[in-house]
Design a protein around this ligand. Structure first.
Ligand SMILES: Nc1ncnc2c1ncn2[C@@H]1O[C@H](COP(=O)(O)OP(=O)(O)OP(=O)(O)O)[C@@H](O)[C@H]1O
Ligand SMILES: [Mg+2]
Length: 321
């Protein structure tokens, strides 16, 4: 099932539609007037504040926002280009390893596009191959069209997009889905932005075999792996958001944990940090639960101790048989 992912909880996307998309005609003549009118600066500031690292990604997003703001000022002075070429193509490709923030940034991107009036609704519909491609003849076109209908007015986020194309099987239905996507990406690009996401090397191979797709992607944004220090900062941010904190020495243990975890299969950057903290919270709860008669202070209830992480299998690998 396609999962419509609306806004990030707590973000101001739930606020009433901003003036920019509601008012078709604007008198703004300065960049700051457009920023004030569209409230887009809030989203950009939030992105800067909430997301650790990702400097090149943030720069690209600021560039795209600048393009859209200038486009608005041009439109306000009646400087639209010839009919048919009236909106820049904004389909994007986000490449990077798991847990590097691609989905998170796609949600923010959708908010920016919405606030600047590029798309009507600004929601994100996140899908994979199985949501688009059918198992039997005749099933693919209706499936793909249904997904496109849901995504219209927002962003269609296709995770691991290269699975749409299976070169080993020349009758694969994925090709049919790609063709429908290509058409809509061209003809309805004023109301739908498609973001393809996945590993860089596989995406490159996919584009080599699908030049039509490659030529419709205007922005390629690469998400680097996080450095150790960034992962720790992400951990602190996640904990603070859940109203927990590190006790004495816990942050150092998390650093050790991450260094070890990285050597193991399926390391997933920020996602692995989140998983580690979730499990540490479980152990903290069991630790406190075992002490049935003790009065628990706010400090007890919010503090993760080194032992809550040290019990992980990463530190205690099971004996090899
Ligand atoms: N730069 C960051 N700062 C703070 N938190 C982050 C950052 N990047 C990712 N996260 C958090 O890490 C988790 C994983 O991020 P996200 O789902 O966006 O990654 P992804 O690249 O889409 O991963 P996948 O490829 O596994 O789908 C989320 O909980 C997100 O909030
Ligand atoms: Mg994701």
């Amino acid at each position: 099932m396609a999962t419509p992912m609306y806004n990030i909880p707590g973000s101001p996307m739930t606020a009433p539609a901003p003036a920019a998309s509601a008012a078709p005609v604007s008198t703004a003549r300065t960049v700051n007037a457009v920023l004030a009118e569209s409230q887009v600066q809030d989203v950009i500031d939030e992105l800067e504040r909430d997301l650790i690292g990702l400097a090149p990604v943030k720069q690209r997003i600021r560039d795209i926002a600048a393009l859209l703001v200038i486009d608005k000022l041009r439109a306000n002075l009646g400087l639209q280009p010839a009919a048919g070429a009236d909106k820049p193509s904004l389909h994007m490709c986000f490449t990077g390893n798991p847990g590097t923030g691609k989905t998170t940034v796609a949600l923010r991107m959708a908010q920016i596009l919405h606030r600047l009036g590029y798309v009507r609704k600004g929601h994100v519909v996140s899908v994979t191959r199985d949501d688009l491609v059918g198992q039997y003849i005749g099933h693919t076109a209706p499936k793909t069209k249904e997904v496109l209908k849901k995504a219209m007015g927002g962003v269609l986020f296709i995770d691991e997009a290269y699975y749409l194309y299976r070169p080993e099987n020349e009758r694969d239905y994925g090709q049919e889905s790609i063709e429908i996507l290509l058409q809509v990406m061209e003809n309805q690009r004023d109301d739908l932005v498609v973001i393809l996401a996945g590993y860089k090397d596989r995406m490159d191979t996919f584009f080599q075999s699908n030049p039509g797709m490659s030529s419709r992607i205007a922005h390629h944004i690469d998400f680097p792996d996080y450095a150790q220090g960034e992962l720790l900062q992400i951990g602190e941010k996640m904990l603070a958001a859940m109203n927990y904190r590190f006790g004495d020495g816990t942050c150092e243990v998390l650093a050790d944990y991450l260094a070890r975890r990285k050597q193991q299969p399926h390391f997933a950057n920020a996602r692995s940090v989140r998983n580690a903290l979730d499990r540490a919270r479980l152990r903290q709860a069991s630790r406190l639960y075992a002490d049935g008669d003790r009065e628990l202070t706010a400090e007890d209830l919010t503090t993760l101790l080194p032992e809550d992480l040290l019990a992980s299998r990463v530190f205690n690998p099971p004996p090899t048989p």
